[in-house]
Design a protein around this ligand. Structure first.
Ligand code: HEC
Length: 160
């Protein structure tokens, strides 16, 4: 029951945090619409155990504020790239600027969540994705996230 309450509180908090409720067609050039910065306060994000359904994990963790995620209608964020690692993951690993340790797309997703600034996706702002997810997401939650995202495909550019 209390989980439901937390969920409701979090959803309204996330709603209030939405960068802009009007649909924007701003190209993903870095900061949010007209230079506004999206900040997700750490205290708004509860611990995610991984027992939640994947959809719930993305909402609770606040990923939906900054990312589009196939199959998750709430995920309409434009601050970061659409999470279609099934399409983009291999390219990241092969990028000459990539200095991370991941060998597979699965590992790359986990690394990106735990250490977002190890590789900054070209065209997107650095030090914007929270660096504290390691203290909020259980190993199981990370596994589920990686398993889901490595299978998603789509158009990264998203026609602006
Ligand atoms: C406050 C905004 C914000 C939040 C919240 C956020 N991200 Fe990000 N994310 C970004 C930005 C900006 C980038 C691109 C810059 C970079 O690589 O660090 C990014 C990059 C990524 C990447 C690399 C994508 C690629 O195409 O290579 C993954 C994976 C990712 N985020 C997953 C997540 C997940 C999962 C969550 C929730 C647990 C999350 N993000 C929450 C802003 C955010």
């Amino acid at each position: 029951m209390s989980l439901v309450v937390i969920g409701l509180v979090l959803s309204s908090a996330l709603w209030a945090l939405r960068p802009d409720n009007r649909p924007t067609r701003t190209p993903p050039s870095g900061a949010g619409p007209s230079g506004s910065t999206v900040v997700l306060p750490e205290e708004k994000v509860p611990l995610v155990t991984g027992d939640e359904a994947i959809h719930e994990i993305f909402i609770r963790a606040g990923c939906v504020v900054c990312h589009e995620i196939p199959g998750v209608p709430e995920a309409k964020g434009r601050v970061g790239p659409p999470l279609v690692l099934g399409s983009t993951g291999k390219r990241r690993l092969g990028d000459p600027a990539y200095r991370g340790k991941a060998r597979t797309v699965h590992e790359y997703v986990i690394e990106s969540v735990l250490e977002p600034d190890r590789f900054v996706v070209p065209g997107y702002p650095s030090r914007t994705m929270p660096a504290w997810y390691g203290s909020k997401l259980s190993a199981l939650a990370l596994e589920k996230i990686a398993r889901y995202l490595e299978q998603q495909t789509g158009d990264e550019e998203n026609e602006g």
